[in-house]
Design a protein around this ligand. Structure first.
Ligand code: NAP
Length: 346
């Protein structure tokens, strides 16, 4: 088993910010990348609200964060976590496809994945006209008519981006107003290639005999009327679901699977911290995730300092003791001075 001071699970903005801070604290953190370097931020084509950059592509920003973390001594591994065991306290066990790690502290930054519509024709249409990433797949839709589903910032910004490739982009939204920010809406409505179908839900995705998407069934959410809309591609941006199944029952989470943490980014297990979208249903920005990763790293650094002696004796004797913090959303008091902010998605 490989021994580490700090294991960071996830390589999105939260994980890499935590890596920069723990690396600069001389802790040589190990970052386990997961599915893709940079997480969700890496599939964002253009980021205009990360301070310091007027405009930068998601992959470029995440590559810069990785380089910075490595510059200070972080080890960034292309690997996937298979399971974790936090039940005996520190050192914690993190098993990946390639190695078993024992870590004095763990920072969980595993993020969230695109939510599915869960309609017939969706999953078997991925790569055949169904996509959750404009940056990755937009190029394949040059000269085609496509639809985008959703009414938030992701759907509207990706719809604008997809007009670079598609002939026409139709946004399908289940309500009669968009959740997206005003500036994005302005750009969307000024674009000649875009239009909206309001109050509509996709009920099924259809394909031609070769298995390629050729239309979607829609249902009017007000009148209940159904219709069919021919299209050659469907991009779905209807929010995210947290990647918490990876953690089993090891950490306290809310009903939707988001980790419950306190303002020091402590999870329900002492010595395990969390940051970014796995514990944030509200803000979900690159900048906020970076801040949360930074805070989690600083907490982890303090925690290691405070427990230095006991951790060394544990390592020597290989004895461990369970250590649990009771965190629930309804129990506001955590420790002598900390409270868990109650967060409600907008
Ligand atoms: P979001 O804000 O949660 O929006 C999800 C959208 O999908 C909503 O319009 C929602 O409809 C719709 N939706 C949810 N489930 C649906 C279903 N089953 N069928 C049809 N529609 C469904 O998610 P997001 O757009 O991915 O944004 C997430 C966060 O990232 C937000 O905080 C956002 O501000 C941020 N973000 C920012 C930028 C930027 O450029 N600043 C870009 C991307 C994302 P309702 O509106 O009816 O609920």
């Amino acid at each position: 088993m490989q021994k580490e001071r700090v294991v960071i699970i996830g390589s999105g903005p939260a994980g890499l910010a935590a890596a920069v801070y723990t690396a600069r604290a001389q802790l040589n953190p190990l970052v386990i990348i997961g599915n893709q370097l940079g997480g969700q931020a890496a599939i964002t084509h253009e980021i205009e609200n990360y301070p310091g950059f007027l405009s930068i592509s998601g992959p470029e920003l995440m590559e810069k964060m990785k380089e910075q973390a490595e510059h200070f001594g972080a080890k960034v591994e292309w690997d996937m976590v298979q399971s974790v065991d936090f039940s005996h306290g520190s050192p914690f066990i993190v098993k990946t496809t390639q190695e078993d790690y024992s870590a004095d502290t763990v920072i969980v930054a595993i993020g969230a994945d695109p939510r599915k519509l869960n309609v017939p024709g969706e999953l078997d249409g991925i790569g055949r006209g169904v996509s959750y990433c404009g940056t990755c797949d937009g190029f394949f839709f040059r000269g085609k008519d496509i639809v985008v589903v959703g009414g938030g910032d992701s759907a509207v910004s990706e719809a604008i981006f997809l007009t670079r490739f598609a002939t026409a982009v139709t946004l399908i939204h289940r309500r009669d107003s968009l959740r997206a920010g005003v500036q994005l809406q302005k750009r969307f409505f000024e674009n000649e290639k875009t239009k909206v179908i309001w109050n509509s839900a996709v009920e099924e995705i259809h394909k031609d005999p070769t298995g390629i998407v050729n239309s979607v069934s829609l249902k009017d959410t007000v009148t209940g009327e159904t219709s069919t809309l021919p299209t050659q591609g469907i991009f779905i941006f209807v929010g995210h679901t947290p990647n918490s199944p990876l953690l089993g029952q090891e950490l306290a989470m809310n009903d939707e699977g988001y980790l419950i943490i306190d303002e020091r980014h402590r999870t329900s297990v002492e010595g395990v911290f969390a940051a970014g979208e796995i514990a944030d249903q509200l803000w979900r920005q690159v900048a906020t995730s970076v801040g949360q990763g930074t805070a989690a790293a600083m907490s982890a650094i303090h925690w290691l300092d405070e427990h230095e002696e006991s951790l060394q004796s544990l390592t020597a004797s290989e004895e461990t003791a369970p250590a649990q913090i009771t965190l629930t959303q309804d129990a506001p008091q955590v420790g002598p001075t900390l409270t868990i902010p109650r967060m409600t998605a907008p």
